[in-house]
Design a binder for this molecule. Structure first.
Ligand SMILES: CC(C)(COP(=O)(O)OP(=O)(O)OC[C@H]1O[C@@H](n2cnc3c(N)ncnc32)[C@H](O)[C@@H]1OP(=O)(O)O)[C@@H](O)C(=O)NCCC(=O)NCCS
Length: 186
């Protein structure tokens, strides 16, 4: 399988809304209401012209299957925020997300030149946290009861990946991808 990341463009607008509204994705987000077309369009039009954000679609064998993104980018900031999801559940568990990590980290650490990326995950999202730790992220904190979901307050784990940690994990990740038959394409 070949995995690439490609910058989100106007023609990706409706896919992005469909992915984000898919319950298999939205259940892990901080808000899980159905995002209306108007709400999405307003967010999308801001996002695409906002220099502090970079959104890519994750493309597996020429099919767009999810998104990976950097936010909070600033000229004087040494770190930014990072996140991802795979909307197509059939491609999960095959290394596609790990490949998208490698590609987006290359952009963050080499092209953007930040020293660290940060992310957060709902504390019981073991798959996401397992993935993040597999690429070198370390836990930096726990925000107890940070997200209201129905009647429940969910805790959130905060994580950080320093450039040095990625440098020492990259070879292992590329080896795992090769064992899974995943090739990456910048
Ligand atoms: C989180 C998500 C991106 C992971 O995608 P994926 O396709 O399973 O990930 P990959 O196959 O590329 O990564 C595999 C790595 O993740 C880890 N992992 C996968 N499933 C795991 C699990 N159940 N528990 C712990 N670690 C797990 C392993 O380290 C694995 O690497 P290894 O096989 O080399 O050991 C995907 O499940 C998803 O999009 N979920 C819904 C949205 C979401 O949760 N987004 C993140 C919000 S914070």
């Amino acid at each position: 399988m070949i995995v690439a990341i490609k910058r989100i463009v106007q023609t990706d607008k409706s896919s992005l809304r469909a992915w984000r509204n898919d319950p298999a994705v939205s259940k892990w987000m901080y808000t899980n209401h159905e995002i209306s077309e108007a709400e999405h369009n307003s967010w999308f039009d801001n996002m695409i012209t906002d220099d502090s954000k970079v959104y890519w679609k994750i493309v597996a064998d020429d099919v767009a299957v999810g998104a990976v993104f950097l936010t909070g980018i600033a000229p004087d900031a040494d770190a930014c925020d990072w996140g991802m999801y795979l909307a197509d559940v059939d491609v999960r568990g095959k290394g596609v997300a790990q490949a998208a990590c490698a590609l987006s980290f290359h952009y963050a650490f080499i092209e953007l030149g930040v020293s660290a990326v940060r992310c957060e995950a709902v504390a019981h999202n073991e798959t996401a946290i397992g993935l993040y730790e597999s690429v070198g992220y370390v836990r930096t904190g726990l925000k107890e009861g940070a997200v209201l979901r129905g009647n429940e307050m969910l805790s959130v784990v905060t994580l950080e990946l320093a450039r040095d940690a990625w440098n020492s994990h990259e070879e292992y990740v590329l080896q795992r991808l090769s064992e899974k038959g995943v090739n990456i394409h910048g």
